[in-house]
Design a binder for this molecule. Structure first.
Ligand code: IPE
Ligand code: IPE
Ligand code: MG
Length: 253
């Protein structure tokens, strides 16, 4: 058993992003409906949010629903949206108690009005909190996010607000949903799938990847701490040599 206190304070990832996958297969293996898988998956979210807060992660981005997921059977989409509304409502007091600030990235205007309203209310309620930043990716597609950024930059050029030569990496960063967030240090995907599924393509350019076969509803504090310890044992080189890294503690400079 790994306890929060045993996690080294030195190399805690500032930003952890998670592709929470495997709810459907978890349910199927237990002879349950897929919606039940999502329900248990929501409980896993609670555990991981707590664990991340305990060890001092500053940003936790959770891929909860992709733009592609709208194409699932209507009953499943409805179950996920109902769950979203229910969870946000039920958990807002605990978010406040734990100083968690909720944010969202994605096509929030595609959510049905009730879900959108609840989400925006909680984002507003928690906006002054200074602890963990919990970011839900909802109706999120990285390609759509990049496309939206490209269009907004094109409009600014057209209106003469900026010149093409003003566009650098940080300008693109600032045009994405994730404008004010650092890039993920660690990307976790559960359920054994080895793919990114249109998640944060620009932002994960130098993230460390951690894949586990565990289905999301079984992912708990322990599983989270294992991922963190795995990350802490890695050497991030950012293009440099291993020798350069050991003689320079700040490789991005
Ligand atoms: C992840 O679990 C949750 C969402 C995509 C909303 P899945 O529902 O994709 O579970 P599997 O991949 O079918 O097992
Ligand atoms: C990715 O999972 C999206 C979320 C976890 C919300 P999917 O289950 O939708 O991914 P694919 O379709 O198997 O790649
Ligand atoms: Mg899946």
């Amino acid at each position: 058993m790994i306890q929060a206190e045993e996690i080294s304070k030195n190399k805690v990832p500032v930003h952890v992003a998670i592709i929470m996958d495997g709810n459907g297969r978890w349910a199927k293996a237990k002879g349950l409906d897929r919606a039940e898988g999502h329900r248990y998956g929501a409980e896993a979210v609670k555990k991981v949010v707590r664990a991340a807060g305990k060890i001092g992660v500053e940003y936790l981005t959770l891929y909860a629903f992709s733009s592609e997921n709208w194409k699932r059977p209507q009953y499943e989409v409805d179950a996920i949206m109902d769950l979203l509304v229910f969870m946000i409502q039920r958990e807002t007091p605990e978010l406040m108690q734990n100083n968690v600030r909720l944010q969202a990235i994605g096509e929030i205007d595609r959510l049905r009005p009730e879900a959108r309203k609840k989400l925006e209310d909680t984002i507003q309620t928690t906006s002054e909190n200074t602890g963990l930043n919990l970011i839900l990716a909802l109706s999120y597609s990285s390609k759509k996010e990049i496309l939206r950024a490209v269009k907004s930059v094109a409009v600014k050029v057209k209106n003469g607000e900026i010149k093409p030569e003003d566009i650098d990496e940080s300008y693109v960063d600032g045009s994405l949903y994730t404008a004010d967030m650092p890039d993920p240090d660690l990307l976790i995907r559960t359920s054994g799938e080895l793919r990114i599924s249109n998640f944060l393509l620009w932002q994960i350019a130098y993230s460390e990847f951690y894949f586990t076969k565990t289905y999301w509803p079984d992912f708990d504090e322990q599983a989270f701490y294992e991922a963190i310890q795995d990350y802490q044992a890695r050497e991030r080189r950012f293009g440099l040599t291993g020798e350069q890294i050991t003689s320079n503690s700040n490789p991005t400079e």
